[in-house]
Design a protein around this ligand. Structure first.
Ligand code: PAF
Length: 268
């Protein structure tokens, strides 16, 4: 596996692949890799001839007081995991390489970036769209793979990335159902036990064992609830007679850790 931290060296390898008509699939990550990320890589390797994975903790998507400084940086371990999966190339740029003119928020995501996660994290989607756009411009992949766990992110990226085919990969879960996340390592042993209540409640809601107010009340027994909503999965707005797919979307705080999860399923 080749590892590049400069754009010039990366692009000369990418140009070489393109000259041989080899297609490129891209998986953007912030490192702290776990089995969820590895499933994205596996999907990418089935979608194109070559796989590029970026590892970049993007300052633009963290707000003040959030965990940019604490975010797990495990580069060596991440690179060996990617090597085992026979990833062709890892891109590990510096902040200056991605933002040569400084981190600025020139991207306008609109209302879709201000609801749900965007309400609590107003910079988040602007920062994500900005970095994904920049990485797409550098790598120019045919395909990119994102996890379904960040469902709103996936939805927004699909809207904003013309020219790159966006694939999604299902949520990978721990044995007890907790959605895998780099941030799960922030949880204390006790919080880790409590965290399973999130998925359990979403399943009860999906099976109509609880209605929405009761599900919210139940979550509030364990967590500080950010939001729990049931929406049209294709539009992220209210369910209508035309809704074919439903999204149960949730974010909670457990101590200082923010957890998100969702269930997407067909109507009827
Ligand atoms: O989902 C993530 O890990 C990040 O938001 C992404 C897409 C790598 C952009 O920094």
């Amino acid at each position: 596996m080749q590892v590049f931290n400069t754009i010039t060296n990366l692009q000369s390898t990418l140009d070489d692949w393109r000259s041989k008509d080899q297609s490129i699939a891209f998986v953007p990550t912030m490192g702290g890799l776990h089995a969820g990320h590895l499933s994205l890589v596996t999907q990418a390797s089935q979608a194109a001839d070559k796989v590029v994975v970026s590892i970049f903790v993007n300052p633009a998507q963290f707000g003040e007081g959030e965990d940019f400084g604490d975010y797990p940086r495990t580069l060596e371990g991440d690179l060996s995991l990617l090597k085992e999966l026979q990833v062709d190339c890892a891109f590990t740029p510096s902040i200056e390489t991605i933002y040569p003119n400084g981190v600025h928020f020139g991207v306008e995501v609109g209302e879709i970036g201000q609801i749900l996660c965007g309400k609590t994290r107003p910079h988040f989607f602007t920062g994500v769209v900005q970095v994904v756009g920049r990485l797409f411009d550098i790598i120019r992949p045919e395909v990119a793979v994102f996890g379904q766990k960040d469902y709103q992110q996936l939805h927004i990226i699909k809207r904003f990335s013309s020219g790159v085919k966006i694939l999604s990969a299902p949520i990978v879960r721990e044995k007890d159902g907790l959605a895998m996340s780099t941030r799960n390592q922030y949880l204390s042993a006790n919080e880790r036990k409590i965290a399973v209540q999130l998925r359990k409640t979403l399943l009860q809601l999906q099976k109509n064992e609880l209605d929405l107010p009761a599900a919210r009340k139940q979550l509030q027994q364990y967590f500080k609830l950010d939001y729990l909503v049931v929406l049209d999965a294709n539009t992220l707005s209210k369910i209508t007679n035309n809704t074919s797919k439903i999204a149960i979307l949730c974010a909670v705080f457990l101590g200082s850790t923010r957890l998100i999860d969702n269930i997407i399923f067909n109507q009827g």
